[in-house]
Design a protein around this ligand. Structure first.
Ligand code: PEP
Ligand code: MN
Length: 363
């Protein structure tokens, strides 16, 4: 941590110096012509930048080390040596050998299914179609379903999902298809039941900074799909992720789903931030998935965002899929953006072909 103080405030310098020592850190002080700068050495995690900024004469205080140490890729260890941590692979129960894995470096994982479970017939039809594709392309070890039960809706009058009732439907669909699934948890009082019966728990965009929910979900130890806030800077997203990881649960996949921009809504629902894929990989040990359905908002755009994100190095995708013969107008949530199973099959083919030729552009 660095603290910058106006030169004439020597009393502040002395007080801050004493405080730093009392917290078992070492103050390193530089006297400039206009400012005095205190560099804090040691474990500054107990020190708060805002606390120091409240002292008279303090211009600003900022941290140098990562505010998300638990998930950071590069950390400073004891004796000041730089450590580059191994990237993680996230494991969800299911799949041929007991696990569906989402890697942060190697293979790509597919997550697909209805936006929202509406009925057994609807979820079973999509599930059966997906299971056939998983078998046809031998990708069961990297294939999960998505199935929304609790739905965050902009208007309370819209269909808000089947909630716990949908769990019975998904029990049957999972038994028939053999595919594990991910579903969103919106509130703390949903956690215990959902954690018992769902394979991977999703934290949606609207809850990205619901810190209480993040901590409670972290405590379950379940794999988590954690979406970025609709206008969240990367640092805020990763810092919030630390709330989950600090509970001892690093089984987390980050998911970019588009952010608001000056033009969002003109020709898409939000803008998929492709560059964040590399930034996440550079800064964290976690895999990054992309959700081209909620970013684009229209089915036609989904395969293009999906394929571009693969080129950027995304580790997984979560795609909303509908049956080939469904009338979009009858869908209760996000009817415009679901890709049909036959289109999703082409997306799988694209990905598998891309994996064979993907160049490594690193120096
Ligand atoms: C969803 O995936 O069902 C969803 C509501 O997405 P988001 O939180 O990204 O809007
Ligand atoms: Mn949706």
């Amino acid at each position: 941590m660095i603290i910058e103080i106006e030169k004439e405030f020597q009393k502040t310098v002395d007080e801050i110096k004493a405080l730093i020592i009392s917290k078992h850190c070492r103050p390193d002080i530089l006297f400039g012509d206009l400012y005095t700068v205190i560099a804090v050495e040691g474990d500054a995690s107990q020190l708060n930048t805002e606390f120091f900024e409240a002292f008279p004469g303090v211009v600003r205080a900022w941290r140098i080390s990562s505010p998300y140490k638990t998930i950071a890729r590069k950390v400073i260890g004891k004796e000041h040596q730089k450590i580059e941590r191994e990237r993680l692979k996230v494991s969800v129960p299911g799949g041929p050998d007991g696990h569906v894995r989402i890697f942060s470096d190697a293979r790509y994982t597919f997550i697909a299914g209805p936006c929202t479970v509406e009925s057994y017939d609807q979820a079973a039809k999509i599930g059966d179609g997906l299971a056939k594709l998983a078998d046809k392309y031998a990708i069961r070890d990297r294939f999960l379903m998505r199935a929304g039960l609790f739905k965050p809706r902009t208007r309370p009058s819209d269909f808000r999902g089947l909630g716990f009732e949908g769990l019975d439907i998904m029990d049957k669909v999972r038994a028939n298809t053999g595919l594990p699934y991910v579903s969103e948890v919106m509130a703390v009082d949903q956690i215990s039941e959902m954690a018992k019966r769902v394979d991977m728990l999703q934290i949606g965009t609207r809850n990205f900074q619901n810190f209480n929910l993040l901590e409670e979900l972290g405590k379950t130890g379940k794999p988590i799909l954690y979406k970025r806030g609709i206008a969240a800077p990367l640092e805020e997203w990763l810092s919030a992720c630390e709330y989950i990881a600090l509970q001892g649960n690093k089984n987390i996949v980050l998911c970019e789903r588009g952010v608001k921009s000056t033009t969002h809504g003109d020709y898409n629902r939000s803008h998929l931030d492709f560059d964040v894929i590399r930034a996440v990989k550079e800064r964290t040990i976690l895999p990054i998935a992309i959700d081209p359905s909620h970013s684009s908002g229209v089915a036609d755009l989904v395969p293009y965002q999906f394929s571009a994100a693969s080129a950027y190095g995304a580790n997984a995708t979560i795609v909303e899929v509908i049956a080939d013969d469904t009338d979009r107008r009858t869908i209760l949530c996000d009817g415009k953006q679901g890709v049909r199973l036959k289109v999703f099959e082409k997306m799988i083919q694209y990905q598998l072909a891309f994996e064979k030729i993907a160049p490594d552009f690193r120096e």
